[in-house]
Design a protein around this ligand. Structure first.
Ligand SMILES: Cc1cc2nc3c(=O)[nH]c(=O)nc-3n(C[C@H](O)[C@H](O)[C@H](O)COP(=O)(O)O)c2cc1C
Length: 315
């Protein structure tokens, strides 16, 4: 076990877009509280980073209940980007960011290009976030997927946001059901994205057969958890081979990680870091299990660093 006195040494320490991480594990946006709430139940030194809840310019209440329900193979949510808005985030949360024993990545969402520019620019100016992730793929708001639906829309939003982000590395987070994930990611990279987060939740619907109504108040929602894992593996593999490897643009692979083997699969498919979301609602001891499992896997595979296994699937 490499974990010793709070310092994670090789083989699990890694570099993501030039940002050193203690481990390749990243708490996914919206599943770790706003910033540091997860620290009450998980030793955050086991994570490379925590991603904030997506931050919007104005405060948002989100959708009415029910907005999270369990389904077979995972969870369906339609939170609708509930968050306290940029001004209160900066006032109330920023001091807590500095105290965390892992990196904090900022997630940004909006309804217009101007929203994204304002929020990403303000967060970048703090100098506290090594990575800013543009959420271009939220299925639970009217415009949530508008900016990330294809190559042209991704090119447009990056043309607006790119100049506003100078200090942080700029990542874009995309959906698992893009018609052409390679072309869309190629457009992101052309537009100046320095990393990709693949994937957000999968649009899905659950119906209460007694009331004959959708189980979520909003109707459809986003599916996460084990059910989407093989989809994430496929998208990451395609994008890595199709564009990201040659462009040397790293991927945070996210989708349905429960066991260390799931994280290992995402790494082999081409992810440099691994997002963990739904699992954080279910099993707080899981992060330690995954760190231990990956550590042993690196030894079994005879590598000095987990980075040697990125994209190393034999096809
Ligand atoms: C309750 C919940 C809230 C989420 N909120 C956000 C969010 O604010 N921003 C975002 O980019 N992704 C959000 N996501 C998506 C996750 O970050 C992640 O991409 C997705 O759940 C897939 O990973 P998983 O299968 O490990 O959960 C949310 C997911 C869940 C389950």
């Amino acid at each position: 076990m490499c974990y010793n006195h709070g310092v994670i040494a090789p083989p699990l320490s890694t570099i993501l877009a030039g940002v050193p991480l203690q481990t390749p594990l990243v708490a996914a946006a919206g599943t770790a509280g706003t910033v540091d709430e997860l620290g009450d139940v998980i030793d955050l030194r086991l994570l490379g980073a925590v991603t904030t809840k997506s931050i919007t310019q104005e405060p948002r209440d989100g959708n009415a209940p029910w907005r999270i329900i369990p389904v077979r193979g995972g969870m369906l949510n339609a939170i609708g980007l509930a968050n306290k808005g940029l001004a209160r985030f900066l006032e109330e949360e920023l001091p807590r960011v500095r105290a965390l024993p892992c990196k904090v990545f900022a997630s940004v969402a909006g309804h217009s290009e101007a929203d994204y520019v304002a929020v990403a620019g303000a967060l970048d100016a703090t100098g506290e976030f090594p990575i800013i992730e543009l959420n271009l793929s939220c299925p639970n708001t009217g415009t949530g997927r508008h900016f990330g639906s294809d190559a042209a829309s991704v090119r447009g939003i990056l043309a607006a946001v790119r100049p506003a982000v100078q200090r942080s590395k700029l990542f874009v987070k995309l959906a698992p059901d893009l018609a052409d994930p390679v072309a869309t990611c190629a457009a992101a990279i052309d537009g100046g994205a320095q990393g990709l987060t693949l994937c957000n939740t999968m649009p899905a619907l659950a119906i209460d057969v007694r009331t004959r109504r959708p189980r979520l108040s909003r109707g459809s929602g986003g599916l996460s958890g084990p059910a989407i894992h093989p989809i994430a593996v496929r998208v990451i593999h395609e994008v890595y081979r199709g564009v990201a490897r040659d462009a040397r643009v790293p991927i945070i692979g996210t989708g349905g990680v429960v066991h260390w083997e799931d994280a290992a699969e995402l790494l082999l498919a081409g992810a440099t870091a691994v997002g963990i979301g739904t699992l954080l609602f279910i099993d707080h001891s899981a992060v330690r299990r995954i760190v231990r499992g990956l550590d042993r896997w690196c030894a079994d595979q005879g590598v000095q660093s987990v980075g040697e296994l990125v994209g190393a699937v034999q096809t």
